[in-house]
Design a protein. Structure first.
Length: 155
């Protein structure tokens, strides 16, 4: 009878729970980092009449998308490496060029031109001269495609 009692072994779930908790933490951190780059509660987007969507295949050919969030106080809030004192046309251009270097090098090795897109989420009360400075800095850095985010008008 004693031999039958030894066969009732319990499964140790501790390693499985450790892995599950680590995966949850990983997804929480990566989701938070990605969403903070693209979205900011301080920005109220302008309202537009129509929405134009692009082909998913077209977006897949882009090497890097730069998201810039501009508040109504004309401050870029999602780029911690770019303090407010350096948020000039030249400062933004320098930041973009620095971030583009590796992608340009990799594209050259593949024998093609690197493609970048600058996605600007500007508050509807942001000053136009600051929006122009951001777009002009992108142009000077060699970015050829731009997207301005807006909200569709509710029906």
């Amino acid at each position: 009878m004693a031999a039958a009692a030894d066969k009732n072994a319990e499964v140790n779930l501790t390693p499985l729970l450790d892995v599950v908790l680590q995966l949850i933490m990983f997804f929480l951190l990566t989701t938070r980092n990605l969403s903070s780059e693209r979205f900011n509660e301080q920005i109220r987007l302008p309202v537009t009449q129509a929405l134009v969507t692009k082909d998913k295949e077209e977006e897949e050919r882009i090497d890097k998308a730069f998201y810039i969030n501009l508040t109504k106080d004309n401050v870029i809030v999602n780029i911690p490496e770019l303090p407010e004192s350096k948020q000039t046309r030249e400062g933004i251009k320098g930041y973009l060029l620095t971030k583009m270097e590796d992608y340009i090098r990799a594209a050259r090795l593949e024998g093609r031109k690197a493609r970048f897109v600058l996605i600007l989420r500007a508050d509807k009360e942001a000053r136009y001269h600051k929006i122009f400075d951001v777009l002009e800095a992108g142009r000077l850095a060699g970015i050829e495609e731009y997207k301005l985010r807006a909200m569709t008008q509710p029906k």
